[in-house]
Design a binder for this molecule. Sequence first.
Ligand SMILES: [Cu+2]
Length: 303
Amino acid sequence: MNNAARIGVFGAGLGLAFGAAFGVGRVMDPVLDEEQRAAPSDHGADHGADHGAGHGGQEEEGGTEGGGAGSGAGAEVPGGLQVSERGYTLAAPAEALPAGEETDFRFRILGPDGEPWREYRTEHEKDLHLIVVRRDLSGFQHVHPTLGEDGTWSTPLTFEEAGAYRVFADFVPVGDPGGGLTLGADVAVAGDYEPRPLPEPEATTTVDGYEVSMDGTLAAGGESELAFSVARDGEPVTDLEPYLGADGHLVALREGDLAYLHVHPGESLTFHAEAPSAGTYRLYLDFQHDGTVHTAEFTVHAH
Ligand SMILES: [Cu+2]
């Protein structure tokens, strides 16, 4: 099969996986389509561009470029939109979870053979990063679950308010040439859902007594440099503590579908973010000071 035909088939496969994810709803069973089952590593090898926007950034750069114009739609798909990708599936809780109380949140990553995947490459000091956010982009959390011997990840988690949440698992499977992946799944938290409007864009926000400012603009369809600074009581905070091996950690999500942007850190509190399209994005900057991690949030329009 030539490349164009293969990509066409793969594209159809993506649609299938997508449809199944929505159609079947929240089930623990793997939602693997036949093509991914048949040739999980094939894609990674031939089309390095078919990867998620994960923490495993570095080698993905080459993959994207190597794919070039001939890679088709696969190269354009941001991470986090699929429950199953490249043969790996995020199996999240099917039952509704309670609001406002701590739960033992458990999930699995199923590998290409359908069994719980256990081999993860440490990225940003962790084997897997779990991002949790409500569908209205409120309630953001970034946690690091523990992998059990049976391949189940678990972490205590409190969903403060009811609603539909998106959980993102960001990881690098060992031995997969495709690099990092970000899988996304919906999780229901029972109760009355009162969606919040997204806050307007502001260059400065306040969190836990820290004033955090953002410098830079988010360009649609390219890579943008965003620089952040932190102050308290009007004075720059110069003794931020390392968090996940850097001065801070940035997650960016697109409003409308919660596409998970590819972000990689630069010097200090500077990041390079790739906005796949024009639109509105919510940025979540994690930084650590005095032993506590804080999250500053920004709304940004990309043009
Ligand atoms: Cu993390």
